[in-house]
Design a protein around this ligand. Structure first.
Ligand SMILES: Nc1ncnc2c1ncn2[C@@H]1O[C@H](COP(=O)(O)OP(=O)(O)OP(=O)(O)O)[C@@H](O)[C@H]1O
Length: 334
């Protein structure tokens, strides 16, 4: 378990990490998602003891990363944005060196290195100088040093950056494999990546944590259940005329699509479900509906919204809290 408490990092006047608070529980894959410069690398560097914080603390299974670095660091494997590789060593020499640094017992080193080399598929290049490896292979060697000794927590900063599509798929597969036995934290500015491999997402913007939840809950909490969209062949004026006969509508907006179809977005009044009435109104006017559904918000919308406006992040927090209370009421806990 990792506890990040009130973490602040300032570079001169610039606040790169701004009072971050979160907890990482065992056995999940967490994604740090945020635009470039959001503070992801700085946070990871502090969590792994590479960098001191201006304020706040990080506890790794109860050990303070700065005050008890040995106890804390033993439990972490870290792949920084720029892997600390020695170009003049062969892959094998480098991993032997890392195994020694990590304090892996001498009689276990060979077996441990062999296992990791097979896992990240660098077995066949183990006698090559790191200098002569491609970017993809270097990244795998970086990953191997993080995984070596199989620490409980594995932290990866932008693990797929600079890799080709095939290598990206392989790295994601590897992360899934690691996730079976380890807690994995990775950072990325690529939404699809985080969506695919993480079961919990922390969205960071301008050094602040603006949301943290499962991908499904993030979509659900920002999703506006008061909106529905429809499509029909009736013209926009006709659509408005029909909708105005339906009770419970707060606002209507329409758009004429290129293929002769009108798209309309309808906002319902609170706690009303107007879908049946809308269906019947169009049927009575002999205007079949081609589409009628509540508007879904994608994780992409959530990300864009939360990282672009401070107000949106506050509104999200309010909505999430409200939904949580409603869920508890439904479950009879309140
Ligand atoms: N050593 C440093 N000195 C001064 N400013 C820094 C330093 N390192 C980072 N920063 C600034 O702190 C902010 C956060 O940087 P950080 O690298 O943590 O962001 P990030 O989310 O990891 O972004 P990226 O994906 O681009 O690496 C940025 O504005 C960056 O310019």
């Amino acid at each position: 378990m990792i506890e990040v408490k009130n973490l602040v990092k300032k570079y001169g006047n610039h606040t790169a990490v701004d009072h971050l608070n979160f907890t990482i529980e065992e056995g999940h894959v967490y994604g740090f998602l945020g635009p470039n410069g959001a503070g992801k690398s700085t946070t990871m560097n502090i969590m792994t003891g590479y960098l001191g914080a201006t304020e706040g603390e990080v506890l790794i299974n109860g050990h303070d990363i700065l005050k008890e670095p040995e106890g804390a660091k033993k439990q972490i494997g870290y792949l920084p944005e720029l892997p600390p590789l020695y170009m003049e060593m062969t892959v094998r020499e480098y991993l032997e060196f890392v195994a020694e640094l990590k304090g892996i017992a001498k009689n276990k080193r060979e077996e441990s290195i062999n296992e990791v080399e097979k896992m990240v598929k660098i077995w066949e290049v183990e006698n090559r100088l790191i200098r002569n490896l491609s970017k993809g292979y270097r990244q795998r060697v970086g990953l191997a040093q993080a995984v070596l000794g199989f620490p409980e927590i594995i932290i990866l900063d932008e693990p797929s950056v600079g890799l080709d599509p095939k290598q990206i798929i392989e790295i994601r597969e590897l992360i899934r494999q690691l996730a079976k036995k380890h807690t994995v934290i990775l950072s990325s500015h690529i939404l699809a990546e985080v969506r695919e491999v993480c079961d919990y997402i922390l969205i960071i913007s301008k050094g602040k944590l603006v949301a943290s939840d499962t991908p499904e809950n993030l979509e659900r909490n920002l999703g506006d259940s008061d909106l529905i969209e429809i499509e029909t062949k009736a013209g926009p004026d006709e659509v408005r005329r029909i909708l105005e006969t339906v009770d419970g509508i707060r606002s209507i907006s329409t758009k004429h699509l290129e293929n002769g179809i009108t798209w309309a977005q309808v906002q319902e009044k609170k706690n009303t479900d107007i879908r049946e009435k809308v269906f019947q109104a169009f049927a009575q006017n002999h205007q079949p509906l081609l589409k009628l559904n509540p508007l879904q918000v994608s994780l992409e919308d959530v990300f864009m919204e939360l990282t672009q406006s401070d107000r949106a992040a506050e509104e999200y927090a309010e909505k999430a809290k409200k939904k949580e209370t409603e869920d508890m009421k439904d479950a009879g806990d309140l």
